[in-house]
Design a protein around this ligand. Sequence first.
Ligand SMILES: Cc1cc2nc3c(=O)[nH]c(=O)nc-3n(C[C@H](O)[C@H](O)[C@H](O)COP(=O)(O)O)c2cc1C
Length: 411
Amino acid sequence: MSSPKRILLIIGGGIAAYKCLELIRRLKERGHHVRAIMTEAAHQFVTPLSVGALTNERVLTDLFNLDEEREIGHIRLARDSDLIVVAPATADLIARMAGGHADNLATAVLLASDKPVLVAPAMNPAMWLKPATKRNVIQLKADGIRFVGPAIGEMAERGEAGPGRLVEVPELIEAIERIFEPGGQRDHVLAGRHVVVTSGPTHEPIDPVRYLANRSSGKQGFELAAAARELGARVTLITGPVSLPEPQGVDIVRIKTAAEMLEAVRAALPADVAVFAAAVADWRVDSPQTEKIKKAEGKSAPTLALTENTDILKTIAHEGALRPRLVIGFAAETQDVVAYAKKKLKSKRADWIIANDVSPSSGVMGGENNTVHLITASGVDSWPEMSKAKVARKIMERAAGELLAKRTAAE
Ligand SMILES: Cc1cc2nc3c(=O)[nH]c(=O)nc-3n(C[C@H](O)[C@H](O)[C@H](O)COP(=O)(O)O)c2cc1C
């Protein structure tokens, strides 16, 4: 449990507003001070009387209310808290925040505040999945606003399900308190940055039902995407066929072949950081058959002629004006890991290579842990074995530091 904090809760006008009563109770139980602003629309869903009784504070709504303004004032309200939580955040409120509006007390306080803001969206899946909402969320994330949820599940409307539910209160509290943990405040070191991550294997077709693939599980790439998101970046994750839960708040592009992956990376540029963690097939079948290859008695086994795939890391590292500022490759080797990785750094013109041993005895392919060496122009940094999530976090924090150093050097 974190030490008591001053939390300003902005309640939007959505059907999930009733859950904020439970949220206030639990936050108060944990010793936090809670003050609430309700939008006009929120009054249709919960009463200021309930909210005020639970917060034990006057509930504020009106930007132009002289009494309220005299009592605390919207600018002071914006500054006098440790965190602003918007829950439930309606599609409309998210849109007004993204647009920098200040047309009521809630939006005026949000615009005037320099405090961390946590947004918990709640809306119908169709609203959440609309390009307009997606654009607004991407913009807010790039501005350093944190999000929790939405959760996926049944909606209040009968028969509707999908992403858009307000996260449950315990998850909301966990997200709130995580911000107050050591390091939580500097979490958003990649805010305003675009990070592209490639992940997983590629499938190179032999015929409509068969393909060449490898054992990559995609776990390290997915962790990299999640870590970059947690640090505030806008993230595009380009993944080959894998069955892993999707990291929240990340744009996912699903591809099958190496050629499609290259195309998707190019389409995702410009980016500040590109991490090539995918296990891209080096070769594809020269001429995949359009019909299933049949075996027949007396007929000899088919021979597969292979053609080399374009090297995605090398191509993007040589991209000219569109080259990401930090190009990070992965080297998966089964022997002489560091020596190969050093060669790769030069031959591909990558800024960093993350080398890992993927021999079967290492358990890396498909496993939870990884032991990596970070190879840069200035040397080799060998990290102890740790979870793929930790490796990802360390790489992304280091990338944020590198971007900052590059910017400072350029100034
Ligand atoms: C019954 C009802 C339920 C609603 N639920 C939601 C909701 O869950 N999420 C949402 O984004 N908007 C919802 N709306 C629409 C918002 O109330 C509306 O966009 C309003 O302008 C939001 O105002 P606010 O963002 O200032 O609170 C609902 C509207 C009605 C009539």
